[in-house]
Design a protein around this ligand. Structure first.
Ligand SMILES: *[C@@H]1O[C@H](CO)[C@@H](O)[C@H](O)[C@H]1NC(C)=O
Ligand SMILES: *[C@@H]1O[C@H](CO)[C@@H](O)[C@H](O)[C@H]1NC(C)=O
Ligand SMILES: *[C@@H]1O[C@H](CO)[C@@H](O)[C@H](O)[C@H]1NC(C)=O
Length: 300
């Protein structure tokens, strides 16, 4: 985003009197404690042997074997169109520790078995910007690794609900910016949907805000998503409410960030993860009954 637009936004927010520590604007320097975000994962390119382990995006465990993230994190532009990344072996998922270099424990790392990009994903408008990774083997449930269940369909957070977003994103938008080795987090609140639509509509080159998207902003004006924070979960009142898809390019303003509204995709996500991983006692009872019918037919 250009400087002029940034300045306009700052003026819009009435925040032009504030000064910012640009070296700490990612998430206002809140370092996450171990086990604070046990559902948080880092999606990485395996070939990069650096302390940040090739981190490209955040993601969230919605079951112990499925990661929800942004489609834009898992698609590449090739031959004139966006397609899901082809070579799954080049990627891996890391979970269970706040420090990316802390990956000696094999229980923290999983390879990818499959990627499901939402079939309605439109890269230009960011519509349906959501994808699910199926891991080759599930993680082991524990205090440091735990799934954050999907919200009920169309259960959205109320305006002004307090939210949190964790991320390993960069501290700035320079060419040399690298992701943060340590997990940070920012406090957010759910932004007015109609105001967000107006803010975005008034800016050139910004996506439209659809109802299947959600906006959040920070009260402190310095906590903003940056490169590598995309795909991460916005958690509001303990519910998985958003997947970060669009930030203000690290600029510290009250400009709202854009998320895929997860509750619009609960039904889709359940079809991807399968009934067994969306634990519902009713479904299990039904399965049990069917097994009994099946068994009784063979026993008799
Ligand atoms: C800005 O943040 C960095 C990183 O935490 C810190 O080292 C530095 O002292 C801060 N600078 C100011 C002027 O507060
Ligand atoms: C993981 O463990 C927690 C705490 O014991 C439990 O509430 C949760 O249902 C477990 N999840 C799975 C998928 O087994
Ligand atoms: C998304 O969910 C909201 C309610 O949270 C609803 O108003 C809206 O119509 C839904 N949009 C789509 C495209 O399903």
């Amino acid at each position: 985003m250009s400087k002029i637009v940034c300045l306009l936004i700052i003026a819009f927010a009435g925040a032009n009197a504030m000064t910012f520590n640009t070296s700490s604007r990612l998430s206002n320097n809140n370092l996450a404690a171990e086990n604070q975000f046990p559902y948080m994962v880092s999606i990485q390119r395996t070939q990069t042997a650096v302390p940040t382990r090739g981190h490209i995006c955040g993601g969230v465990l919605i079951t112990l074997q499925h990661v929800m993230t942004a489609a834009s994190c898992l698609t590449v532009f090739a031959a004139g169109s966006w397609t899901p990344i082809a070579n799954l072996a080049e990627y891996r998922v890391f979970a269970g520790a706040t420090t990316l270099s802390n990956d000696a424990d094999p229980n923290r790392v999983r390879s990818l078995a499959r990627i499901d990009v939402h079939t309605g994903y439109l890269p230009a408008s960011r519509l349906n910007d959501v994808a699910i990774i199926t891991l080759s083997t599930p993680y082991i449930n524990g205090t440091s690794i735990r799934a954050l269940p999907l919200p009920g369909p169309l259960v959205g957070p109320q305006e002004n609900t307090a939210c949190t977003i964790p991320g390993w994103g960069t501290d700035g938008l320079t060419a040399t910016a690298t992701p943060s080795v340590s997990l940070k987090f920012a406090s957010k609140y759910v932004y007015s949907q109609s105001l967000c639509q107006k803010v975005y509509a008034n800016l050139a080159g910004q996506p439209n805000v659809f109802n299947s998207m959600l906006c959040s902003a920070s009260h402190d004006l310095v906590s903003t998503g940056c490169l590598g924070d995309e795909g991460g979960p916005l958690v509001c009142d303990g519910l998985l409410s958003g997947i970060l898809i669009h930030t203000n390019n690290c600029a510290p303003t009250s400009f709202p960030e854009l998320y895929t509204r997860v509750s619009n995709y609960t039904v889709w996500a359940r079809t991807v993860t399968g009934a067994a991983s969306t634990f519902q006692p009713g479904v299990l009872v039904l399965v049990f009954a069917l097994v009994q019918v099946f068994v009784s037919k063979f026993v008799n």
